[in-house]
Ligand binder design. Structure first.
Ligand SMILES: CC(C)(COP(=O)(O)OP(=O)(O)OC[C@H]1O[C@@H](n2cnc3c(N)ncnc32)[C@H](O)[C@@H]1OP(=O)(O)O)[C@@H](O)C(=O)NCCC(=O)NCCS
Length: 115
């Protein structure tokens, strides 16, 4: 399934394998809500979902993530940015998860001002 802001990966028999959202803001998009079924991980599903979403939008993409997935996102060119540099629209979410989880990271895939 592949509708608008969302990508949902399904098996041939219709079992949901994973999903993600590319949430639009006026100046950028946020990659959010990425999850792959625990029993289906490490099979390339997460990478395929993210790649499909990134094809849809040529501009800057931010995300907020925990430490252990930074390496996964760096495969796509995301790099960590200081929390004080995040767009104002992401701050409420970042504060929420920082309060709940502690260490949270902001990452940016910068494409708007490329050569
Ligand atoms: C993060 C997640 C979506 C990855 O999905 P996946 O289908 O297992 O990932 P893939 O199989 O496509 O992995 C692609 C690459 O990332 C690596 N990778 C996957 N998960 C990783 C992790 N947690 N930490 C470090 N590397 C990871 C894989 O080893 C693979 O690298 P390789 O191709 O060089 O071997 C999945 O582990 C998940 O749902 N985690 C729980 C939810 C979560 O943390 N979501 C992110 C919220 S921001």
């Amino acid at each position: 399934m592949d509708q608008g802001q969302f990508v949902v990966a399904e098996s041939e028999c219709g079992t949901i394998l994973g999903c993600c959202r590319l949430r639009p803001y006026p100046e950028f998009c946020e990659l959010a809500s990425l999850a792959v079924d625990q029993d289906r991980r490490a099979n390339g599903v997460g990478r395929a979902i993210v790649a499909r979403l990134l094809e849809r939008y040529p501009g800057d993409v931010y995300l907020i993530c925990e430490d252990h997935v930074m390496k996964f996102f760096s495969h796509f060119g995301f790099r960590p940015v200081p929390a004080e540099d995040m767009p104002a629209g992401l701050e409420p979410k970042w504060r929420h998860f920082h309060f709940l989880i502690g260490s949270m990271n902001v990452m940016l895939l910068e494409r708007s001002h490329g050569a």
